[in-house]
Ligand binder design. Sequence first.
Ligand code: PMP
Length: 412
Amino acid sequence: MVKQLKTIKADFPILDQKVNDEQLVYLDNAATTQKPKAVVEALDHYYYHDNANVHRGVHTLAERATEQFEAARQKVADFINAGDKKNILFTRGTTQSLNWIAASYGEATIHEGDEIVISYMEHHSNLVPWQQLALRKKAVLKYIGMNEDGTLDMADAKKQITDKTKIVSIAHVSNVLGVVNPIKQLASIAHQHGAIMVGDGAQSVPHMPIDVQDLDVDFYAFSGHKMLGPTGIGVLYGKTSLLEAMPPIEFGGEMIDFVDLYESSWKELPWKFEAGTPDISGAIGLGAAIDYLSEIGMDQIEKHEQDIVNYVLPKLLAIDDLEIYGPKDPSKHTGVIAFNLKGLHPHDLATALDMEGVAVRAGHHCAQPLMKYLNVPATARASFYFYNDSNDADRLVDAILAAKEFFKHGTV
Ligand code: PMP
């Protein structure tokens, strides 16, 4: 890394605190990431010096706010190689981005008997919008299965995607199994059948270099808060021809060109979809997050996280009675690691780890169909980011061993 890990941790003041008398180890990055000083300072600076509404005023502050807001859009476009900033729509997050595709593209193009193909490992936000669209339209929702190790079954993908398929929508990285799905290959299969490919990038964009044109996805969704940015800002990338053909989803200020009593016309892309005052500071904060990530380099971030996985996964696999979900081969596993300790509810395990200062998540991770597929009610989940190190990994392993020892004589 260009920046040393030590200096990176110093950029995140929140990490420097004790929780339950222990130095905090934050391993809940798949839920949300911490914010470096540079992002918080960008928000501060905007509100202290430049705050105004965008695209409306001719005064200096309005011009500054507009310039920074649109510069942030350009940064997002460059970060995922979108080609043009008109292909970048600001949303509230991945959930809203995916809902927008279903509400606009889906509503306009899906008819009775059409097929929508997703997988068993989808987050609810890449499942329920399609499920509800299919119910509304009498379309057929189909699921791609998984191999034993939790990777996507590509032979099944080829069976499920047919000439009736109109939309394929898959997580690029699973928020439970930690697998990377072959989005480029899926896009190629979808396109051979005349379907569009949607990528849920919530767990990929923060952790690896992404080139949406190379992936040849038609839409791609992600959240600012999972990549150092503020909560409340997200992105929907779409190909120009699709976005141009799509009707707006919401109506009001900002998105109109001309309004008459009985008809109106819309602004050009991307503003056609952004009704009302947008999350201006959120976009500016996301821009600052992208600057920070780019300074380190996404390839370096990916490599550092892979090094941690190579280090920690064998240690976790060596713990008796600890079930790890997803691939056992570290080269197939990202820094999202879900697990259960035999005989202990994951919430109790997460509480025990918190007592050791180690923050992990427990629950169904908004993936109830996946829990059913795995035949478990819930799991604990540790998720690493580039500001974590091997010491954090050791603390996780030690805390699990301590919990195991503690509960050995306990209630279960
Ligand atoms: N998809 C995946 C794979 C996710 O991990 C998440 C967040 N856990 C989402 C979608 C939804 O993201 P958000 O809550 O930021 O809209």
